[in-house]
Ligand binder design. Structure first.
Ligand SMILES: [Zn+2]
Length: 347
């Protein structure tokens, strides 16, 4: 199977666009791949890297998947989004580092899917190591690729160190930054990179892709609407139970609005397991959806205030505060906001 078979249609378009620019010599040495998480930025970057490093004599077939460079590239057995599908599990333990001319920095390349925040910072030492390795002669072929994912994890010193590398381009050296939050990168870095922007695909294409991933029509459409047109997020929610959780949250909020459930009881249930944060994300999202269907500015303001409160409460859950009490306060407020709406709707 070729790697292309793993591409969603929007990923294929991004890849072909970038590959065309590479082949035509229109791509600078620094590229910023940005756009929402879970759209496949890393998958596209990996395929491009393999294309750049491939040693097939025929440029039209790169990456060929057959040459020594391709075999080396694919031998990397660190966390790899291609190996992760379809159940999200990791196929290999930490092992072979892969192609020596592919330099990968950032927690996205680690085995641990989501390390604690303090462990995700990219330091100046890591960037200096990257720059030193990028400056040496390639071990195979005539190119080297460095990829930083997620680039916004660089601290100030790391970003400053990277600027030097960005300002001194060397032929055959590519530096690619991946970011779902490019606004968090220093403007000096952004302005020195060519931008490849991933956008949400048209709804029809997204639903067709979700169906191709094995999801039924109805659930695919429901999840896509809940994820505001983001197929990668909808797919993740359908796989990891996120959609079922969202339906539960919506049902609980409806019960609270009609006084059919007690805020404290619901709060206890919401904070009894690991999904408390996810529930509050869904709840805030549902409030935003509700507000979108309203015309009364006063009610829209109340829902917006509740949306902010839900996000603040979610932040509080990281601290030592009693989670059930914080959430109970929030749900009590929901009864006031949404209960009034329910009455209004009946009038
Ligand atoms: Zn090859």
């Amino acid at each position: 199977m070729s790697l292309d078979d793993a591409f969603a249609p929007w990923q294929q378009r991004m890849y072909e666009h970038a590959a065309g620019a590479l082949d035509a010599g229109r791509m600078g040495h620094a590229l910023l791949l940005c756009g929402p998480a879970k759209l496949g930025k890393r998958l596209v970057a990996e395929h491009l890297a393999q294309r750049v490093l491939c040693q097939s004599p025929d440029p039209a077939v790169r990456p060929c998947g057959l040459c020594r460079a391709c075999a080396l590239y694919r031998s990397r057995s660190q966390k790899d989004p291609i190996e992760q599908r379809p159940d999200g599990s990791l196929a290999h333990p930490w092992g072979h580092p892969g192609h020596p001319d592919a330099i990968l920095v950032g927690h996205a390349w680690r085995m641990t899917p989501s390390p604690p925040r303090q462990q995700t910072v990219i330091t100046v030492d890591q960037i200096r190591e990257l720059s030193a390795r990028l400056a040496t002669t390639p071990q195979y072929g005539d190119a080297k690729v460095a990829i930083i994912d997620p680039a916004e994890d660089m601290n100030d010193a790391a970003a400053n160190a990277l600027l030097k590398t960005l300002e001194e381009p060397v032929p055959g050296r590519y530096l690619w930054l991946l970011s779902a939050n490019p606004a968090r990168l220093p403007a000096t870095i952004r302005s020195r990179c060519q931008r490849l922007e991933f956008r949400l695909p048209p709804a029809g294409e997204a639903v067709a892709w979700l169906r191709s991933q094995g999801h039924a029509d109805g659930t695919a459409a429901e999840a896509l609407a809940a994820a505001r047109g983001h197929p990668g997020l909808a797919d993740a929610w359908l796989r990891d139970g996120g959609m079922a959780l969202r339906r539960e949250v919506a049902a609980d909020l409806a019960k609270l609005a009609s006084n059919a459930a007690s805020p404290l009881e619901v709060a206890k249930a919401w904070t009894a397991d690991e999904s408390a944060t996810q529930r509050l994300l869904h709840a805030a999202d549902i409030a935003r959806d509700d507000a979108a269907g309203l015309t009364d500015p006063r009610r829209i303001r109340k829902l917006a205030a509740w949306f902010d409160a839900a996000n603040r409460t979610r932040e509080l859950l990281r601290s030592t505060v009693r989670a059930d009490l914080a959430v109970a306060d929030l749900l009590l407020a929901w009864r006031d906001v949404a209960g009034e709406q329910a009455k209004g709707a009946r009038r």
